[in-house]
Design a protein around this ligand. Sequence first.
Ligand SMILES: O=P(O)(O)OC[C@H]1O[C@H](O[C@H]2O[C@H](CO)[C@@H](O)[C@H](O)[C@H]2O)[C@H](O)[C@@H](O)[C@@H]1O
Length: 259
Amino acid sequence: MTDPLAAIARTPRLLVALDFDGTLSPLVDEPMTARMAPEARTAVAALLATPATSVSFVSGRTLEHLRVIAEHDDTSAVLLAGSHGAEYWTPRSVRAPKTTGTADADALALRDALRAEAESAIADIEGAWVEAKEFGFGVHSRLVDPAQADQVHGRVDRLVAARAPGWRRRVGHNITEFSFRAEGKDTAVRLLREATEATGVLFAGDDVTDEDAIAALGPEDVGVKVGAGPTAAQIRVDDIAGLAALLLSLAHLRDADRE
Ligand SMILES: O=P(O)(O)OC[C@H]1O[C@H](O[C@H]2O[C@H](CO)[C@@H](O)[C@H](O)[C@H]2O)[C@H](O)[C@@H](O)[C@@H]1O
């Protein structure tokens, strides 16, 4: 049987698309303090130094927040997809993907109103909080007594179902997210593939929302699941360190193929 890593290493133009939280960065209580693990940082740098290879972070984070936690600036070669594929940043050498979704004044007003209502709905539950996001918001329960977590998410689920039934709902690690934009990480991979003219994509992620991207990969691509849980990925690694080792191997294989 063909080794999927060795096969993708030989693709002429490679895109390595990586989820951020839980994949490159350990999960932490305060989301804005999340940073890439040192071994993940080393592996990303190795891939960026490899010919004909693009690296992208594909995150549910608002683009502005992703740039902070990824310690990313305008000199960076890493492409970014934020808000689950609704926002992009690319270096000057790569044409930025065009999205078709909108954010008109009515949608933004509803976002702000529902976020305030969600905050009121869970205000009595210790540790529960609402993260403001570009196209919606996220409801966090990481710091909530586990016996009350269902209540937190249930209250806001009912609120959004009644007031914004067309919004997209996503579940992740101790979070429920709501967005008036429908893009998913599958959209991100499609648009980034076009932008980078990639002939093959390796996507890695740890959470349910990453499965949108993994399920949409083609036969030439490779999906990597980080940690436990159901997946359509061909490869599973135990944790961030395991992924970093795999990415480093990919960089070495790709370099070796070119010698
Ligand atoms: O797509 P990702 O890069 O994995 O982002 C998904 C969400 O990540 C953040 O929440 C998660 O990480 C937090 C920091 O480690 C953690 O406190 C929280 O429990 C996790 O759900 C982020 O806050 C969300 O906006 C992202 O959508």
